[in-house]
Design a protein around this ligand. Structure first.
Ligand SMILES: Nc1nc2c(ncn2[C@@H]2O[C@H](COP(=O)(O)OP(=O)(O)OP(=O)(O)O)[C@@H](O)[C@H]2O)c(=O)[nH]1
Length: 362
């Protein structure tokens, strides 16, 4: 019978809250099934009016279920609210407050705040409160219109209480998983680059600052590779932006394959990547950059882009230096990268204190 789901279901854009409408649909199924059980239960308990009320309720939930399927959410919410209010009211008036039908009304409360604007939720909450209190006061002043035996009343009470417990648990679980997945998505958006899935510049800066602090504390080295695709603009100009994106994804694949698990890789700029190699000095950083360069030579660009491309990179490497801040370490790598470009590209240059040029194909 009563839903919860229903509850709150409020007309926000279905595209914006698809999970909510999905769970509302599931709740219609559950509530409809419970009403089928009620139909038989009330027949057994000798309360035919309440039994037939459940037939109407099932029909309303079926209609609400289909309305939600067609995204007619406002209609569905109206049906669900009406069903819950009328059913809880009738059940209470007919067999008494102890039946526990009023518990179902409480299930609107959390759902209201999740699905409605604050103002809408407060208004609906006041209406709900008025109805609930009104029903309570009414039952202090009148006797149930169609009382059942004390045993039957206890059975209905326990049944309703158990259903409300189960549905509250289901809703709470749903809200929790919604919040968890939303915060996971937000975190991902805030820390990664949407195209490559690598770390974004800001997050990499945070991680590198932490690694630098560790270096200052323990002396544990960390290498830096700043890497840039050669003549990337001409790849874009010649073959289009989509091919350019596929090239960036191919390079990402090579970086992930060639660097260690503990290395951090970021998309530093448009066609620029920064890798941070904990527990690696500048020599290891250079070897790693050379390995990347060699892997790119053998990369199957036809498979990745449908074109026989030749893609090369230039890189500048450095490592944390004593008393140096992050900006200075990266600047040394950047200067080395600039030199690698100036020397003809497709090479790795060292950005040590005494700069020296390393490895080249040309
Ligand atoms: N496809 C694609 N292109 C991008 C993206 N971000 C930046 N670019 C392009 O990257 C190109 C960078 O060009 P330049 O800075 O001139 O560098 P380059 O052509 O690689 O030349 P060198 O670095 O000197 O070898 C520009 O054309 C940008 O439009 C992106 O996400 N996707």
């Amino acid at each position: 019978m009563e839903s919860m789901s229903s509850s709150a279901v409020r007309e926000t854009s279905p595209e914006r809250r698809p999970q909510f409408w999905q769970v509302a649909r599931r709740c219609c199924q559950i509530a409809g099934s419970i009403d089928v059980a009620f139909f038989f239960l009330f027949h057994l308990l000798g309360s035919p009016i309440l039994a037939w009320v459940n037939v109407v309720s099932v029909a309303m939930y079926v209609a609400a279920y289909h309305a939600l399927g067609r995204r007619r959410n406002r209609l569905a919410v109206g049906l669900i609210w009406t069903e819950v209010l009328v059913h809880a009211g009738l059940g209470t008036v007919l067999i008494g407050w102890e039946s526990g039908f009023h518990y179902y009304l409480l299930m609107f409360i959390p759902a209201l705040f999740v699905s409605a604007s604050l103002r809408g939720a407060v208004i609906a909450l006041l209406v709900l409160w008025g109805y609930y209190v009104g029903l309570d006061v009414l039952m202090w002043t009148i006797e149930p219109l169609q009382p059942v035996t004390p045993g039957a009343l206890l059975a209905v009470h326990l049944f309703n209480l158990s259903v409300v417990f189960a549905m509250f648990s289901y809703l709470s679980f749903f809200y929790l998983s919604m919040v968890t997945s939303a915060s996971r998505k937000l975190r991902q958006l805030a820390t990664t680059d949407p195209l490559t899935g690598l770390l974004n510049r800001r997050h990499m800066t945070d991680l590198a600052e932490k690694e630098l602090a560790r270096f200052c504390r323990t002396g544990r080295p960390a290498g830096v590779i700043l890497l840039d695709v050669d003549h990337f603009k001409s790849i874009n100009d010649q073959f289009g932006h989509d091919v350019g994106d596929k090239v960036l994804l191919g390079i990402t694949e090579v970086l992930l394959a060639q660097l260690r698990k503990q290395d951090q890789i970021a998309r530093w700029g448009g066609e620029e990547y920064l890798a941070l190699l904990p527990e690696a000095d500048i020599g290891i950083a250079r070897e790693s950059a050379e390995r990347i360069r060699a892997a790119l030579r053998n990369y199957d660009w036809r498979k990745a882009t449908g074109l026989d491309l030749t893609v090369t990179i230039s890189a500048g490497v450095s490592e944390f230096g004593p008393g140096e801040d992050l900006r200075a370490t990266i600047t040394r790598a950047d200067r080395a990268l600039y030199r690698a470009k100036a020397e003809g590209r497709n090479r790795v240059a060292m950005g040590g204190v005494v700069p020296e040029l390393a490895g080249s194909d040309s």
